[in-house]
Design a protein around this ligand. Sequence first.
Ligand code: ADP
Length: 454
Amino acid sequence: MIQLRTKIVLAFSITILASTVLMVTIINYSTRRGYENFTKRNDLLFAERLLEPLTDFYATYNNWENIENYLVLPRPRMGEMMEGKGRNLYPPIILTDSKGNILVNTQRIDFGNIGRINRNILDHGLPIYNSNSVVGYLLTGSMIANSLSDEEIMYLNRVRAIIIYVSLFALVIAVIFSYIFSSKLTKPIRRLLKATNDIKSGDYTARVEVDGIDELSNLGHSFNIMAQSIENSDKWRKQIIADSAHELRTPVSLIQGNLEMILEGVYNPDREHLENIYSETKTLSRLIKELQELSSAESGSMVLQKEKLNIQELLNTTIKIFTPGTSVRFLTSIDENIPLITGDYQKLKQVVSNIISNGIKYTEDNGEIHISAYLKNSDAIIKISDNGCGISSDDTEKIFERFYRTDSSRNRKTGGSGLGLAISREIIKLHNGRIYAESEENKGTTITIVLPIA
Ligand code: ADP
């Protein structure tokens, strides 16, 4: 596996290298072309300056004799002097007669021993006229040899070498910077990778350090949220398994103990003992049902059958289930004008039933349960109060936790699992509502449900 950092460094280097090669080629080509044009132009100017004295010479003597002694070179111009550094001050000059026989050859350029220039080179030169006929040709620099001189080629090579050195330097800088840059860029990815591996191997507390505000920081932030929810659900899973095992142990050991006694002949398999065992199996199956319900509500897999429902109707129907066979008195003050709310009728009925049945369970005979409902702002408020044993202020929050039972209810052996209110809270949460308890010990408890109308 090639590391991301190496890939980035490679990508940078290849880009720089490719652009360097391209740049060197283009610059080299255009410098050479530019330089050739420049030299040609200079050579022509130079030749033109020589043309007049040469023409005069021929007009005066009518031949080229002693021309080599006469040919006085003009003073070099500033640009030419600078050009001339390290090479001859002037370009080579060749003067021929009209047939191409060399009369002057300042730099003794070798044309073989024929001492004559052939026609196609001659055509590049400037013709010298006398009485309308060509009496000679003047050739300078690039007119003689089209290619550049050694000095000029050296100069161009120097330019190319400078470009290559600069490009190599840029390449080294690019590699260094891309290494630093890619290390910085891949650092959050490496952190994420490490944290992901930690989570994979079961360490759900792994988090990544988040700095900056770019996409990778966002990714790190989302990762932390995800890791937190994995940690929470892992905790929740472990806790629910531990709690469930603890709660299931009591009825299971009671069943087991009773059956062992019967098998060992200590107890008779009579109705009384069988009824005890049966009652424990009912506790067990209720516990299992409630656990399933809580787990589906807490894990978010509970599906609500939502419909428009009338709170007044829901409360009255639920109260009717409890009235026969209870010595507790029901008082109601339910506002008729509460608008319909959207919710799961059966689930909300289950919540109200659980609260009313708690009210009955934790209230002495002839107690009272007061049920009221009204509209406040855009919420429907349902209050179910009893005048029973009440709950200590420390416990009013805790009773909504799963398996939580107050000491007094444990002592009363009311037989509850401690799951009813936990399930109720989850159902109300799924309706975007709230549920809370207010209580005073030995005076009574009020459970309030707030459900949004919209
Ligand atoms: P349970 O099945 O034990 O009643 P709940 O979740 O419904 O489970 O209630 C949790 C605990 O809250 C109860 O065990 C009890 O201690 C306390 N509780 C609930 N409602 C009342 C009430 N109206 N009066 C006093 N205590 C209550």
